[in-house]
Design a protein around this ligand. Sequence first.
Ligand code: NAD
Length: 541
Amino acid sequence: MSNGFYAAPKPVNEPVLSYRKGSQERKEVLNTYKELYNKTVVVPLYIGAEKIVTKKQSRIFPPHEHQHTLGYYSQAAPSHVTNAINEALATKSKWEAISFEHRSAIFLKVADLIAGPYRAKINAATMLGQSKNIFQAEIDAACEFADFLRFNVAFAADIYAQQPAQGEGVINRLEYRALEGFIYAVTPFNFTAIAGNLCAAPALMGNVVIWKPSDHQMFSAKIIMDIFEDAGLPPGVINLISGDPVMISDIVLAHPSFAGLHFTGSTEIFKNLWKQIGNNLDAYQSYPRIVGETGGKDFIFAHSSAAIAELITAITRGGYEFQGQKCSAASRIYLPKSIADKVIAGVVENIKQFSIGSPENMNNFITAVIHEKSFDRLTRFIDQAKKDDDVELLAGGTYDKSTGYFIHPTLLKTTNPHYTTMETELFGPVVTVYVYEDSDWETTLELVNTTSEYGLTGAIIAQDRMFIEDASARLRHAAGNFYINDKPSGAVVGQQPFGGGRASGTNDKAGSALNLLRWVSPRLIKETLIPPKEFKYPCMD
Ligand code: NAD
């Protein structure tokens, strides 16, 4: 412990590199892509200081070339889960005793490793394992991940600096303790940064973690663990357990020292985990913190005053970037009749210009969807739409899974604002448009507000300032992240803290102090300098 108040560095968003033809970063990432493509890795379980390769393994493959093998990941047995919990708990007292300056230094080093020597590798792994094009990989695996780590250090320092007022003859202190027990981080496939942040954020606040990544993010998960190790994160602080999520969760959530869930994924799974936690409540030492960011059915509502070109771009990027596999992707679009034809024609034209294929070809805007289950589900919706009377196919509608899970970006137009693709989260490159009479904008806003169970993101596009103010108020609870004249996706850490309400989650805003506050349990310490020596009040003299 040093004698000095450590000032955390002021965080700055990691600049997004361009990967233009001829650039050094482009060469590096393509070479690394080839290198990783031509090797096979085996991802072990990380339990304390041990890396355990199990006999039971599952294959890792690129979604855009599913016959190619990138490697295998280990499937945990129940005893591994128990051992990981024991290792985490054995590390706990040492880890929470490490001063913030040293704890934070580890995560700042992780950020610098990601932005520097590991940048090409974590991007290439995200391109290969999750089928992101280089732009999408760069803003996620390199920039957003580094941003989460650097901003969280600054947010944590701000939290620790918040102290109570002092009284006469009394010193009051707040100690921001880690939670008593361990945290369970369960992460989705679609963002390498979210996977890393969900385990790193509680660990930064002094907690120990069991991390269960998605089966479909295991390739970049290994690189995250390598980086943690290189940065000097002590073994046992973050333990990676992969395999059957039900078996793993059953063991973790039954443990008396389970202290918190940090989840991102689909709504139904989160609800079930919450119920399971509720049922086990009597077994726990404390009330577990439950943080979950889940699904969305995100909207763009255009007003008749909308600028057409901006609106077309917002729909195109917001709906189809990363094949619509963002929780924030725009998937229901409300267009006023007066501009609908022009806007639809513009979006269809953009879709025609999309090149589709492997992310290794940097001209490709669209790559594959994550896995066969998702492909089959999406194509069922597309096939049904082709048959239904109240919906029209405007673009796309074709698909092919012979080499990779490719779905042609699809644009639907419906006359039924409650058509299934206006209400259900699809998580794929399918966008549905509903056209309303210009004069019905108020009732249509009510429709936007009440159509889906979610409340994650949404955008309004308009030039009319009176409308902007009115719609912002009417849609107050429709989205946790609300955008004016922009697409509803692409949140930047430190600028647009992210999360939604209603069925979309607990809205604890990843990438903000609000999230970090969930991973501490403050202890108030009052010290009295000259304590009273008799019990009588002054009025009793
Ligand atoms: P998913 O729900 O299929 O999986 C998420 C995690 O839960 C994975 O680690 C998975 O293995 C685990 N899991 C699956 N079944 C489980 C079970 N029965 N018990 C315990 N854990 C279980 O989600 P996904 O396909 O990886 O990601 C897509 C979903 O995530 C979408 O619904 C999307 O909207 C959501 N998402 C939300 C945000 C947000 O910030 N709101 C961000 C990214 C993704």
